[in-house]
Design a binder for this molecule. Structure first.
Ligand SMILES: [Zn+2]
Length: 467
């Protein structure tokens, strides 16, 4: 009896622990050929700033939507300077009585110089199980997945219970002007209950190809640059004075280096720490769990804020000096010394509070501060049952039972432009990968399997939310 119990427990446990192996493979995904064609064309157009290729990509996609059965009046190609946005509405029957869902991705890419790359960045190349090319990860796979979802659903005569709207922007990497214009001047075209962003979110794979976790992006830090300047009357360098712009600035910078912003303890950080603790070991894992239970636990706080990993970047505001300039001659005392401090402000925290904390840590009233811009505090988006449920199903289609972890991104996407405008946004793309994508870098890549799986993932996600 005991033996049997132990054995059945072991079997049950081992079944639980069997890694989730992907069910979906590319040869079974409908519209795979069309997806590859769109992906290849998108990558071949150098949509980095200054090349004027975004409108070409938008025109090409608009033609595809038209050929796929979308009415001309539902396809809006919006030229904006030398770039463009594309908005496509998939009309539903309105039976759910709900506002539309907006689907966001960006057509532009970070510049890539062919001479720096091993392979031509503007030719889609498949090699060793990866697609290589500028934008394959960020974000032309997202553009392709959303476009294919619309084309496939239309071909299947799917009628959503609410409108679905695609908004492809044209300068996400360089200012997000098109997104801001869409929100300000074309709100009627894109107004939605919430936004699904194909430029963030995704799954992590272990080395054996099993899924470790899926990460849902629900908030973003706000990047702000502060220029801090120390001024001084200066003078001849042969007669040093007690106050000195360079030394005073250096003292201030050392204080910033030593200063740690308090760890945040909102529901989001506690939940994600708890969920992510199982991927860590030792004191870190223990501290993550204890902090999730009790954010006042001094031992846990100490371990987490001093962890050598990037842990604190995910649970607190960070500021770091990134640029420096001072002096005007080698034989003169500097009249001014300026440093740029790049801050990543935690969702919901006000800019003023960040600056106040820095000033207090430095304690030098003579420093002049200049912020690169003003931003209101932008809170993370609340978790929604409908999105969570659809996400669960979409993730299970690929890697059943994978843990879903909501998280806050230390980098920025269009999500925050929509959150700022009152539309909750979720970075919810479905690419799973176990290696660095080198997005923004050389030899950007995406697993071939991840690319095709993502098509099916979005199909399930959208039919769940609007079927
Ligand atoms: Zn992106």
């Amino acid at each position: 009896m005991i033996k049997k119990t132990i054995l059945s427990t072991v079997i049950a446990l081992s079944m639980l622990m069997t890694p989730a192996i992907a069910r979906c493979s590319d040869d079974r995904v409908p519209f795979a050929d069309k997806a590859l064609e769109i992906f290849r064309t998108a990558v071949s157009l150098r949509t980095a700033k200054g090349h004027g290729q975004v409108p070409k990509l938008a025109q090409y996609l608009a033609r595809e939507f038209k050929a796929g059965g979308f009415a001309e009046e539902d396809i809006h190609l919006l030229p904006m300077g030398d770039t463009a946005a594309l908005v496509v509405r998939y009309r539903g029957d309105g039976s759910s009585g709900k506002k539309p869902i907006l689907l966001s991705a960006h057509m532009d890419v970070v510049e890539a110089l062919p001479k720096d790359w091993e392979r031509d960045p503007f030719t889609l190349i498949e090699e060793d199980g990866y697609f290589f090319g500028r934008g394959v990860s960020d974000d032309k796979q997202g553009v392709t997945a959303l476009a294919i979802s619309f084309l496939r659903l239309k071909a299947e005569n799917f009628v959503p219970t609410r409108d679905l709207i695609i908004a492809f922007s044209g300068d996400e990497e360089t200012g997000m002007g098109t997104t801001k214009t869409l929100i300000r001047d074309f709100r009627g075209l894109i107004d939605a209950e919430f936004v699904l962003v194909a430029d963030a979110g995704g799954g992590d794979l272990a080395e054996d190809g099993s899924a470790k976790a899926y990460f849902l992006q629900v908030g973003e830090k706000i990047p702000v640059n502060y220029e801090m300047t120390v001024s001084n009357p200066g003078g001849h360098s042969s007669l040093p004075r007690k106050d000195n712009a360079i030394y005073d600035l250096a003292d201030a910078l050392k204080k910033i280096q030593a200063f740690k912003f308090p760890l945040q303890s909102n529901q989001l950080t506690r939940r994600s720490l708890k969920a992510a603790s199982e991927f860590e070991t030792g004191d870190i894992a223990k501290a993550m769990r204890r902090y999730a239970e009790d954010p006042y636990d001094p031992w846990a706080k100490d371990i987490l804020s001093n962890a050598s990993s990037h842990m604190s970047s995910y649970i607190s505001t960070t500021c770091v000096a990134t640029m420096l300039s001072a002096g005007h001659a080698a034989n003169a005392l500097a009249q001014s010394a300026t440093a740029t401090v790049n801050c990543r402000i935690f969702p919901g925290e006000a800019m003023d509070a960040t600056l106040d904390a820095l000033k207090k840590a430095i304690d030098n009233d003579t420093i002049q501060w200049r912020a690169s811009h003003h931003s209101e505090a932008i809170a993370a988006s609340p978790l929604r049952d409908d999105v969570s449920k659809a996400l669960r199903k979409a993730v299970d289609t690929l890697y059943p039972g994978t843990k879903i972890i909501p998280f806050m991104a230390p980098y920025g996407t269009e999500g925050n432009r929509y959150r700022e405008a009152g539309m909750p946004a979720y970075g919810i793309d479905g690419v799973f990968m176990g290696v660095n994508s080198f997005a923004h870098g050389e030899n950007e890549r995406i697993p071939v399997k991840g690319f095709y799986d993502n098509l099916q993932y979005w199909y399930v996600l959208l039919t769940e939310l609007s079927g």
